[in-house]
Design a protein around this ligand. Structure first.
Ligand SMILES: CC(C)(COP(=O)(O)OP(=O)(O)OC[C@H]1O[C@@H](n2cnc3c(N)ncnc32)[C@H](O)[C@@H]1OP(=O)(O)O)[C@@H](O)C(=O)NCCC(=O)NCCS
Length: 190
């Protein structure tokens, strides 16, 4: 079952997506904003990654598809704890022409709705480098709250960077959806 946002569709990642995902995996600009260290990745490593995520029941990676046109990024639930009903969430808009147009926020909102209304999760976690303003704003604009700071958690360009811990509870999401009217028919298109 695909997950629908307003302009985007979240669908399963297929083998045919690997070349583009591999390109994004080696884009320094993208890697710089993410939390973990990234080494150059080979096509073989990309294939291995694909095999691993398919076999792992505690991770769900989803392609962000722009209508029926093209894949522009990926998102999903990284580390699902079914007993505690929580998961780690992340989003990447790999297509640079598509950044800053609200698609990241849409992907987060669509995942949050799915997490709380279909998966019955209690909480979503996100961790974001303090310097990644676009990511921070995207998550905060969907109701995520900053819950803590991991000081000097990452090294970027020789400088230590704080990493922020954000969380969204099911009740936060319900309040956000109600107060913003995000899913109301009248607010469609933005
Ligand atoms: C971070 C990312 C997912 C955001 O998605 P996006 O589609 O570009 O962002 P949106 O257009 O949905 O904008 C969401 C918010 O971020 C703000 N924003 C977007 N790009 C920005 C930028 N370059 N600098 C500062 N703020 C920015 C928008 O103004 C908006 O804030 P608002 O709701 O307060 O107006 C996307 O830019 C991306 O993938 N970047 C590279 C990889 C990355 O860093 N991923 C996150 C890992 S945690």
């Amino acid at each position: 079952m695909n997950i629908h946002g307003k302009r985007i569709v979240l669908r399963a990642i297929d083998a045919q997506d690997l070349p583009l995902l591999h390109q994004w995996a080696n884009d320094p600009e993208l890697a710089y904003g993410l939390g973990d260290i990234h080494f150059p990745s080979s096509a073989w490593q990309q294939e291995q990654w694909f095999q691993r995520i398919q076999a792992n029941e505690n991770t769900v990676r989803l392609a962000i598809h722009l209508g029926d046109r093209k894949m522009i990024g990926y998102t999903g639930f990284w580390d699902i704890h079914w007993r505690d009903r929580r998961a780690e969430h992340a989003t990447l808009i790999g297509d640079r022409d598509c950044r800053g147009q609200g698609y990241g926020r849409e992907a987060i909102a669509a995942c949050a709705r799915y997490a709380f209304e279909e998966m019955d999760l209690f909480r979503l976690d996100a961790t974001i480098l303090e310097t990644n303003t676009a990511s921070l704003r995207s998550y905060q604009s969907c109701g995520f709250q900053i819950e803590g700071t991991l000081r000097g958690h990452a090294l970027r360009g020789g400088r230590r960077v704080n990493r922020l811990i954000l969380g969204l509870l099911a009740e936060d999401y319900a309040t956000w959806a109600r107060e913003t009217g995000y899913w109301d028919e009248a607010s469609r298109g933005g």
